[in-house]
Design a protein. Structure first.
Length: 231
């Protein structure tokens, strides 16, 4: 969260965002959709992972809400996989907030039949700090950390790692070329979030993707069961 000089203003902002997130989540629940918020620093591999995920889960109906400060570059990459993609340009904002995603959701409702969807993935703006503080109505937070970013990042930027339900260590195909210890990355993640699910993946070689896809589908099933219990 960007430091403001007015703590009350900051609380109001986060409360308003939370109300918006609850509104969005109510829509997802009403439509029987699981929503995943995909977060990482710029370039950790969110779009690449999404492309592999779309290819790996052809049995599911998936839509993407794509957040970028400017451009539709990622949105266009994902559209090539034949799924609905709603692009949101955040302008000067370094994260998506619930109001922006509400706009995307209402557009989705207008252009498609949301009740026919199983999963909506929100690709957040590349940023290791702010997206973790602004819920958008997701059921699941997935964070990516690429092997090139350094072992210390979970300790230096703890909020996203603390909030995540699942942590993907990405680009593992590059490990042989780097002076990096994956066990140390995992240990640092566990220091912040002891029970988080961690997978090591390479979207380039496909290593580890099966475990990630299995986990995602299992989590969606849990999500659907939870909903049935509450209605
Ligand atoms: N070697 C390797 N490169 C990868 C892998 N995944 C992504 N990349 C590369 O990393 C760069 C960034 O990938 P993106 O998927 O665009 O990353 P992103 O997190 O969506 O980036 P932003 O949306 O800009 O934050 C691209 O050049 C990808 O080709 C991987 O598993 N291995
Ligand atoms: Mg991207
Ligand atoms: Zn609404
Ligand atoms: Zn910021």
């Amino acid at each position: 969260m960007h430091q403001t000089f007015d703590a009350a203003l900051e609380m109001n902002l986060l409360h308003a965002n939370q109300r918006g997130a609850d509104h969005n989540r109510a829509h997802f629940d009403e439509w029987g959709i699981t929503c995943v918020n995909l977060m990482s620093s710029p370039g950790a591999g969110k779009t690449q992972l999404l492309e592999s995920t779309l290819e790996g889960l052809k049995n599911l109906k998936i839509a993407v809400i794509e957040g970028d400060m400017t451009t539709e570059l990622d949105a266009d990459r994902l559209r090539q996989h034949g799924v609905p993609v709603i692009a949101i340009n955040t302008g000067r904002s370094c994260h998506l907030d619930s109001k922006m995603v509400a706009g995307g959701l209402h557009q989705l409702q207008h252009d498609y039949d949301p009740a026919s969807l199983d999963l909506v993935v929100v690709e957040n703006v590349g940023n290791l700090v702010c997206p973790a503080e602004f819920e958008v109505g997701e059921h699941i937070k997935v964070a990516l950390l690429s092997v090139t970013e350094g072992e210390d990042k979970p300790l230096k930027y703890p909020v996203m790692f603390r909030e995540a339900d699942c942590l993907l260590i990405t680009k593992t195909d590059l490990t042989p070329y780097l002076d990096v210890n994956l066990d140390q990355i995992e240990a640092n993640i566990r220091q912040i979030n002891p029970n988080v699910t961690i997978f090591r993946v390479s979207a380039k070689t496909g290593d580890g993707l099966e475990s990630w896809l299995e986990w995602l589908q299992q989590t969606m099933t849990h999500q659907a069961n939870r909903l049935q219990l509450t209605v």
